[in-house]
Design a protein around this ligand. Sequence first.
Ligand SMILES: NC(=O)c1ccc[n+]([C@@H]2O[C@H](COP(=O)([O-])OP(=O)(O)OC[C@H]3O[C@@H](n4cnc5c(N)ncnc54)[C@H](OP(=O)(O)O)[C@@H]3O)[C@@H](O)[C@H]2O)c1
Length: 492
Amino acid sequence: MAEQPAQRYQEAPTRTIAAADAVFAYRRYGQNTGIPLVVLTHLGANLDSWDPLVVNPLAEDREAIAVNYRGVGGSFGQIRASIEEMAGDMIAVIRALGFDRVHVFGLSMGGMVGQALAARDYLARLRERTSARDKHVTSAVYRAQLAPILLPQQLDKENNTMRAFVFDKYTGPLHEAHIPEPTVGDRDVLVRVVAAGLNQLDEKLRAGEFKQILPYKLPLTLGHDLAGTVVQVGAHVRDFKPGDEVYGRVRDGRIGTFAERIAVDESDLAPQPKTTSTAEAASLPLVALTAWQALVERGNVQSGQKLLIHAGAGGLGSIAIQLAKHLGAHVATTASGSNADFVRELGADIVIDYRTQDFEQELSGYDLVLDSLGGENLERSLRILKPGGKAIGVSGPPDPAFARNAGLNPIVRVAVTALSSKIRKQAKKLGVSYEFLLMRASGEELREITALVDAGIIRPIVGKTFPFDQTPLALTALARGGFHGKVVVTNP
Ligand SMILES: NC(=O)c1ccc[n+]([C@@H]2O[C@H](COP(=O)([O-])OP(=O)(O)OC[C@H]3O[C@@H](n4cnc5c(N)ncnc54)[C@H](OP(=O)(O)O)[C@@H]3O)[C@@H](O)[C@H]2O)c1
């Protein structure tokens, strides 16, 4: 090589060289003998960051070349976002300088770049000599081992994957995973999830309680509620475009809002309310749709009717109370004594402390009960209804109409129907009725709810928010309870 290195680092001029469609700044110094040493800088450093006391001894008996990464110091180009890309650049620089053999030295991040750089060469040679019995060191193994030190987002981009929270087996823990990017169908909207509301349904699914009714393939990404921004739309989508802010409860069979992105059937979505935060919007869909389907669709609640809404301080109850009041009903609710003021503020006319009072002793002649507890609570609820009154249960047991419409196989259908035979008999004897409700996704109904929210009639209640990274913790918090309204994870 014609270029002569300076003796000492501090005297070496900064030069530039074009390689890999960019321009890299470098300095050469030391003795022009033997195999040269490439010196790779640490995180956020450039050529001027090196202390001569550190780098001069490296070149006492050879030449050393210190190089800036792309976009750093005197180098041009977009800063690289992965160690592997930086290693690719350094290989290009080494070749452009005319070397076919170098030693590499790096500090901190420079060490990682050096490892990645050396590993490429190593893997190429390894492929040539690997015999069948030893084939388990592959570039896949190398990538997997390198993954923790690569920027995860960059890795996702390269692999066309994204971060999500999944469980692998029923009762197994919710954990982070890198799953394939969603496929966007003709009627789908790809949404970047900015906030995801948690529901007891998520926890029940994980616990395996819905195995028969909602048979999912595992591993499963959890999450039913979302609020976020439209990224892309399918060919036949008419109502949404990229950039729109939407929210919704995604339909059964296509859940998975605890992820960075999700493809959602457009009919499950509605524009976000204008008067709420994104987290508040994400708290609404499942519970607000349940309240709507219970009180408006099934209950046909009329002004002046008497309603008992159980668990008024919870996610569902807190919205149901507000909707019932809007419909003109007289509302009684059950809650812990400490939540009495909270449910009164939401509009409850009568508050029963379920820990110290027996609602059956306090209430009678009711038109409708919304029961979210099931079991004995449901049985006792039947006895406060007036003749012709109705109890709607959202925690079961499932009734024959549900078993018929859910597309269950005949054996499961018979078994599911049998679960409610006792409560149906009790209801018949009292001259009242019992219906099970498993809510469904509906962008159309959600638009009705949006209007009520923007009119100040329904106020979302977010009890606790967690960052996306802490989704498993958020699910544990939801299962433990102890706050008003809903739990939401956010990924702004
Ligand atoms: N079938 C469906 O489509 C559907 C839809 C939505 C919800 N659900 C089900 O409905 C249930 C409630 O959901 P959620 O989202 O409201 O849950 P949540 O936010 O966790 O609320 C649970 C509430 O239950 C209250 N509670 C506990 N024991 C009670 C008792 N003995 N009497 C009265 N209240 C009691 C607690 O009140 P305090 O804090 O005052 O103690 C708490 O606020 C869950 O089981 C969920 O799966 C079903």
